[in-house]
Design a protein around this ligand. Structure first.
Ligand SMILES: [Zn+2]
Length: 119
C-alpha cells in the first residue's frame, strides 16, 4: 500500500494560521457535503481538532477509480474499504480530516488499494 502523508502541508497551514497570515475563515471552510459525510459516515479519531481543540477530528475517505463507475469520487465508509481492496484492481483513497465544530478540513492522506497493491 503506497501512502502519501500530508502532515507537513498541514503543519505549514497551521503555522500560517497562528502567524496571522491565514484567517480562521480561510482554513475552516469545509463544504456542507463534506460536513454531512463527516457526520454520517466519518470515522471519529482520538485526535482533537488542531484549530478549535474542542472537537475530535473525523476522517472522511473518498475513493477514485475508473472501475468504480458512478461511485468514482464518492465518499466511502471505512468499513467498506476491505471489499474494494479485494474486488478492484486499483482504487485511490483520499482521507480528509474534518472538524464538525469549526469546519477545519485538510487532506490528511492518500493511498492506493486494490489487487494490484496486495502484499
Ligand atoms: Zn475545530
Amino acid at each position: 500500500m503506497r501512502l502519501v502523508d500530508y502532515t507537513l502541508a498541514k503543519r505549514a497551514k497551521l503555522t500560517e494560521l497562528r502567524g496571522g497570515r491565514l484567517s480562521r475563515d480561510d482554513v475552516c471552510d469545509a463544504h456542507p457535503e463534506l460536513l454531512r459525510a463527516a457526520r454520517n459516515v466519518g470515522e471519529q479519531t482520538p485526535t482533537p481538532c488542531p484549530v478549535c481543540e474542542a472537537e475530535p477530528l473525523v476522517h472522511v475517505t473518498y475513493v477514485f477509480g475508473e472501475a468504480l463507475r458512478q461511485a468514482n469520487g464518492r465518499v466511502w465508509p471505512r468499513t467498506g474499504l476491505a471489499d474494494l481492496h479485494r474486488s478492484m484492481d486499483e482504487v485511490a483513497c483520499y482521507v480528509v480530516e474534518v472538524c464538525t465544530g469549526c469546519y477545519w478540513n485538510h487532506l490528511a492522506q492518500r493511498y492506493l488499494l486494490g489487487r494490484r497493491h496486495v502484499g
